[in-house]
Design a protein around this ligand. Structure first.
Ligand code: GSH
Length: 209
């Protein structure tokens, strides 16, 4: 297995948090190359600040989005795909143990991105509007049913829990959704209590808002 240090482009206050959390869970070192969202910067942007529209970063990720992972010449975009890749590469309990679990972890990651993220992000950006809350009632009910033993896949904490929890996190302000789904609330709190999450979050809090 290639164990050269990976590079993550991004900042903690972005979806790179997902990859940083996972890297801490796996105990793998990484180099964080700071690239900030262009929309967070005020003009004039200092020449030494690399952002999502910088020509140098667009060569790395032509989508102009963070995060991007570089791993010994392999370049990957999409935070949730990066996590699935890193978990599988490093193995252990966070990774799928068979092709069925692999399917389930992919399913939950795509589910989070397609069924939840637009609405949860809207709550993070605009607050808990009635329309965003309504749109998330069904996905929260699905999640509630999927968590009888407190984890999404197998009887253990996996990359699927990280990927879904990081997307659900944006809906944190919608307390009524969590009140109506006690298993989701307990699972989410357990995810956020993990030392690797706290390590990511503490570093995030130290970054300028
Ligand atoms: N689906 C992508 C979305 C990436 C994305 O939109 N990242 C945001 C930061 S969290 C970004 O780079 N925004 C910068 C911009 O839109 O200019 C992923 O999960 O990696």
């Amino acid at each position: 297995m290639n164990l050269a240090m990976i590079t993550i482009y991004g900042v903690h206050r972005s979806r790179a948090s997902r990859n940083i959390w996972l890297a801490h869970e796996l105990g793998i070192p990484f180099k964080l190359v700071p690239v900030i969202q262009h929309y967070r910067l005020k003009e004039p942007i200092p020449a030494d600040v690399v952002h999502t529209k910088s020509p140098s970063f667009l060569k790395v990720n032509p989508n102009g989005h963070i995060p991007t992972l570089e791993d010994d010449g392999l370049v990957l975009h999409e935070s949730l795909a990066i996590n699935l890749y890193l978990a599988k590469k490093h193995g252990g309990p966070l990774a799928p143990s068979n092709v069925g679990e692999d399917g389930l972890m992919g399913m939950w990651s795509l589910w989070a991105a397609t069924e939840v993220e637009a609405h949860s992000l809207s709550i993070a950006q605009n607050g808990p509007t009635a329309s965003a809350i309504d749109a998330l009632r069904a996905p929260f009910a699905v999640l509630q049913e999927a968590l009888p033993n407190g984890f999404l896949v197998g009887d253990r904490f996996t990359v699927a829990d990280i990927n879904v929890a990081e997307v659900v996190r944006y809906a944190d302000g919608a307390t009524e959704l969590f009140r109506g789904a006690p298993r989701v609330k307990a699972w989410f709190e357990a995810c956020r209590a993990r030392p690797a999450y706290r390590k990511m979050w503490d570093a995030r809090e130290k970054e300028p808002a």
